[in-house]
Design a protein around this ligand. Sequence first.
Ligand SMILES: [Fe+2]
Length: 302
Amino acid sequence: MPLTAASQDVTSSASPSAIPMPAPIGAEIVGIDVAAGPSQADYQFLRDALHEHSVIVLRGQDITPQQQQSFGAHFGELRTSFYNRYAVPDVPALTIVSNLRGADGELIGIADAGMLWHTDGSYLKTPDMYTVLYGIEIPHEGGQVLGDTVFASAWGAYDALPSGMQRRVDSLRAVHSFTVHLEKKQAKGQLKRAPLTEEQRKKVPDVDHPVVRTHPINGRKCLFVTEGHTSEIVGLDGAEGSELLEFLTEHVKQPQFQYRHHWKKGDLIVWDNCAVQHLAVFDYGQIPRRLHRAGISGPVPV
Ligand SMILES: [Fe+2]
C-alpha cells in the first residue's frame, strides 16, 4: 500500500514532512505532535511549508486552548479580537467560532464567520498575516462532513491575469471596510451577530491597501481584494471601479485556484492571509460545530 498522509502516525520523533494536496495550494504535514511540543526546527519547518504551500494541515491533533495559543505564537504576535465577548475563557487570543448556545440561550461564538470570500483582518491597517484554526466539533449528516472551508490562491489568481490587466491593477489601491462587510452580510440574510457598538466601530475605520500585495517572505504578487470586505477601488468612480472590482473578486473564486478542506475533529490548520482568500461553507444549519481561531498580526501590506 502506498504511504499516504492518512496512513502515517502523528509522532514528534519522526522528521516532519509536507505532502502537497491534490490542489494548487495546501499541504498536509505529518510527523508533528503539537501536544508533545514541537522543536524549534519543527516550527521552522512549518513556517517554510506554510510559505511554500499557503495552507498547512496537521491532522489528529489533541490540544488544549493554551497549547493552541502557544502554537500560534510561534508564527508571530497573536492578535486579540475586538469581539472579546467570544474569546475562549482565560485564553484571550482564541476566538470561538460556533453555532452553539450557552445556558443563557446566547451564542457562545461567532456563528456567521467567513460566509463571503475574504482574508482575515483585511479591514485593519495591519491585517492578520496568518490564521490558526482548530476543529473541535465538526458537523456531519448522512455520513457527509459539513462546514468545509474553501481556500483560493491569491497569487495563482494574480499570475493567471493577462499581463495587460496585471499592469492595470499593479498600482491601484482599494478600500476595505468592516462596516460594509456587515452590511453585505445583512443584505444576504447571513448576519448572526449583534450590530457593532459605536466604540467597536471606532476601532475599525475603513482602510485602503494595494490591490496587488507583495508577499513579505516569498515575494509572490497576490491579489488583495475580496468579495467580503473590499468596498471600492480608490480613484475609480462609478461603473469603471465597480466592474473592475467585481471582475477581480470573481476571478479569484475560480475552482482552478482552490483547495477545499473537509474538516475532521483534531484538524489544526494554518493559512497565509496574504497568499489565500477563504470561504466558510454554511451548509450545516443547527448541527453543532465548534472551532477555535487565533489570528497572527502582520505588516502593513505593500
Ligand atoms: Fe476568515
